[in-house]
Design a protein around this ligand. Structure first.
Ligand code: ATP
Ligand code: MG
Length: 436
C-alpha cells in the first residue's frame, strides 16, 4: 500500500522510540479503494505528551481526546493515542476517553468496518472486523452491534448514508434497520454536523441517496415542519403512502440527474430543495446553519427553478443582471436551458454588455450634473436606464442615455421602452395565475 512519505516518517519515528503507530481509518479505506484520501490520520500507542516531545512542530488540536497535530511541510497530520471511548451520555459524545495500549480496542470504537482498518509498512493491514471483505462486497456495516453503535453516537446514522453515497455502497441490513430505529436520536446532533454530512452527501456522485434520509425516517428529525415541503402535501389519507412512494421515486430520479450538475454546494442544495420553494429553502438552510452566501445563492436558484426563458438576448441579459455570473451558470445547468441560451450567455459576456448599475454609462454624478436631485427619483431613473440598456445594450452611451433619462420627459421615456422587465413580469404574473 502506498502512503505519503511524511506519514511513513511519522510512523517510523514513533516506532524507533518503541511506540506502535499506524495510518488508520478513512485514509486506509480510500487508499484501498484507489481514492485520494482527504487527510491522513495516525493512531499510536504513544501518549500525547510523548508525541509532542518527538516532533518539532505540533498543535494541541484535541489533546483531551488524545489528538496532536504534527506539522510537516505545512501539512498537518493528526496523531491520536489509542483510546477507548467511555460511556456516551448525550447520544453524541463520550463522557470521557481512556487511553489504551491495545490497537484492537482503538479499532473497535470506530464506526464502520471499512473505517476500522490500520496500516503500517512494517505490520501491513490490520483488519479485525473484515473491513476488506466489506470493501469488496461494497457494504457499510457497523463495527459490532448497530443499535448500540448508533445509540452511542447518532451522527453515525448520517455518516452511514453519506459514505454509501460517496462510495456507492449499500448499507448492510442490520445496520439499515438500526438506522430507522435510532433515527429520533438525530435530534441530539448539532445542526452544523448534520449539515456537513448532508452537504457531503449531496456533493457525492450519488446525491439521490438523500432519499435514504427519507426512507429511513430520519428526515422528519432533520427538516422538522419543513419536511412536508419536500414531500408535497398529500391530503387524502389512503393516498399518502402511494403518493409518498411516487414522490420518492420522482425525487430519486431528479436527484440522480443532480449528479450531472457541477459539484458546487449551492447548486446541489438548490437541486434538492427546488420543491420547497424559495422561502422554504431559505428556512431549511438557515435552520441547518448554512453560510449566508450559500443561502442567498440557493434562494435565487430555487426561485428560478422551472422558469421558462424565451430565447432572446434581452431576457437572458435580464436574468444575468439579477445574480452573480456563477449563479447564472447554476441556473443554466439546473433549468437545463437550451444551447441557444447558453450561446447567448457566452456572447453577452464576450461583448461585455452592461448588466448592472456599475457598468451603466451614466452614473448618479452624471444625473446630478444634468439637474436631477439626488434621492429616490434618481434611483428610479438609474433603474429605468438599466432596464433600457438590458433591452438595447448598444444604447449604453452617456449621450444616448442622458437624452432618454431627462427628468422632464418621464412619460415619453417610460413609453419609449418596450421593457424586457415588463414582459418578464407579465409572464410571471400569468404563470402565477395559472398555478393558483
Ligand atoms: P472523510 O474524511 O472522507 O469524511 P473519514 O472516514 O476519514 O472520512 P473522519 O471524520 O475524518 O472520517 O474520521 C476519521 C476516522 O475516525 C474514521 O475513519 C473512523 O474510523 C473514525 N470516526 C470518525 N467519526 C466517527 C464517529 N462518529 N464514530 C466512530 N468513529 C468515527
Ligand atoms: Mg478523514
Amino acid at each position: 500500500m502506498q502512503i505519503p512519505q511524511q506519514v511513513a516518517y511519522i510512523i517510523d519515528k514513533l516506532n524507533t522510540r518503541g511506540f506502535e503507530a499506524y495510518a488508520v481509518g478513512g485514509c486506509v479505506r480510500d487508499t484501498l479503494l484507489g481514492r485520494e484520501p482527504g487527510d491522513w490520520d495516525i493512531t499510536t500507542s504513544a501518549k500525547p505528551e510523548q508525541v509532542k516531545a518527538l516532533f518539532r512542530r505540533t498543535v494541541d488540536t484535541g489533546i483531551q481526546h488524545g489528538t496532536v497535530t504534527v506539522l510537516i511541510d505545512r501539512t498537518g497530520y493528526e496523531v491520536t493515542t489509542y483510546r477507548i471511548d467511555g460511556i456516551y451520555e448525550d447520544g453524541r459524545h463520550p463522557r470521557q476517553v481512556e487511553f489504551t495500549s491495545d490497537l484492537l480496542e482503538d479499532l473497535r470504537r470506530r464506526d464502520f468496518t471499512i473505517n476500522a482498518m490500520a496500516y503500517s509498512h512494517d505490520k501491513g493491514i490490520v483488519d479485525a472486523f473484515d473491513g476488506m471483505g466489506d470493501l469488496k462486497r461494497k457494504v457499510i456495516r457497523c463495527v459490532g452491534n448497530p443499535m448500540e453503535r448508533f445509540s452511542e453516537d447518532a451522527l453515525r446514522i448520517l455518516r452511514a448514508i453519506r459514505f454509501s453515497a460517496q462510495l456507492d455502497f449499500s448499507i448492510e441490513k442490520e445496520t439499515w434497520e438500526a438506522i430507522g430505529q435510532i433515527a429520533p436520536n438525530i435530534a441530539k446532533v448539532s445542526r452544523e454536523r448534520i449539515q456537513v454530512e448532508l452537504t457531503k452527501l449531496l456533493l457525492s456522485d450519488h446525491p439521490e441517496r438523500m432519499m435514504d434520509v427519507f426512507e429511513t425516517g430520519i428526515s422528519r428529525y432533520i427538516f422538522g415542519e419543513s419536511y412536508q415541503l419536500l414531500r408535497g402535501k398529500p391530503d387524502v389519507p389512503e393516498n399518502i403512502s402511494r403518493l409518498l412512494k411516487e414522490a420518492a421515486l420522482s425525487e430519486r430520479r431528479n436527484l440522480q440527474e443532480a449528479a450531472k450538475l457541477p459539484g458546487k454546494k449551492y447548486i446541489r442544495w438548490a437541486a434538492f430543495l427546488s420543491r420547497a420553494g424559495a422561502d422554504g429553502a431559505v428556512r431549511i438552510l438557515k435552520d441547518l446553519k448554512l453560510d449566508n452566501e450559500t443561502i442567498r445563492r440557493v434562494k435565487t436558484l430555487v426561485s428560478w427553478a422551472g422558469r421558462e426563458l424565451p430565447e432572446e438576448e434581452a431576457f437572458v441579459r435580464r436574468g444575468m443582471s439579477q445574480m452573480e455570473p456563477e449563479v447564472w451558470d447554476g441556473v443554466l445547468a439546473l433549468n437545463g436551458y437550451s444551447p441557444a441560451i447558453r450561446e447567448m450567455t457566452r456572447r453577452i459576456r464576450e461583448r461585455g454588455d452592461c448588466l448592472d448599475l456599475k457598468h451603466l454609462a451614466v452614473s448618479g454624478q452624471d444625473l446630478i450634473a444634468a439637474g436631477v436631485t439626488p434621492g429616490k427619483e434618481m434611483g428610479e431613473i438609474l433603474g429605468r436606464l438599466l432596464e433600457h440598456v438590458l433591452e438595447r445594450p448598444e444604447d449604453n452611451r452617456k449621450e444616448v442615455l442622458l437624452g432618454l433619462g431627462k427628468p422632464d420627459v418621464p412619460v415619453e421615456f417610460r413609453n419609449s421602452i418596450p421593457s424586457a422587465a415588463v414582459r418578464v413580469q407579465e409572464d410571471l404574473n400569468c404563470r402565477q395565475k395559472l398555478e393558483q
